[in-house]
Design a protein around this ligand. Sequence first.
Ligand SMILES: [Zn+2]
Ligand SMILES: [Zn+2]
Length: 142
Amino acid sequence: MTTARCSCGAVTLSLPGPSRLVVACHCIDCQRRTGAPFGVGAFYPAETIAVSGEPKEFTRAAASGGKVHSYFCTLCGSTVYWKSSNLPAFIGVAVGAIADATNPAPVRSVFEQSKHAWVEIGGAGVEHFQQSSAPKKPGASD
Ligand SMILES: [Zn+2]
Ligand SMILES: [Zn+2]
């Protein structure tokens, strides 16, 4: 069992374990969401995640079309997870909220068109995309 939580712990997710479907995203929205140069999400089938606490939802237009709903703690402000209308069966969990240095590394690096020049998402087999990786969906066999 793996958990992800906000800074204060009021919003906590129970996860079935580490996900190998980890995506680094360099889009401007992820930069603003995290306050960091890029965001990293671990994707899980939605039905495998249990949420405790009462996060607030923030909805924005996705860079790849559709909408992204981010869920954040109203006490400490950390975003813990998000849902995309493009991928309704999945939940993206902020890898930083898992706070486990052994979490699997990204297998995809997307929206590299706005990647900070000094950032390198390395490792063999990482797929790199200037924009989104659509139409390929997380979890699709490829
Ligand atoms: Zn919190
Ligand atoms: Zn992004």
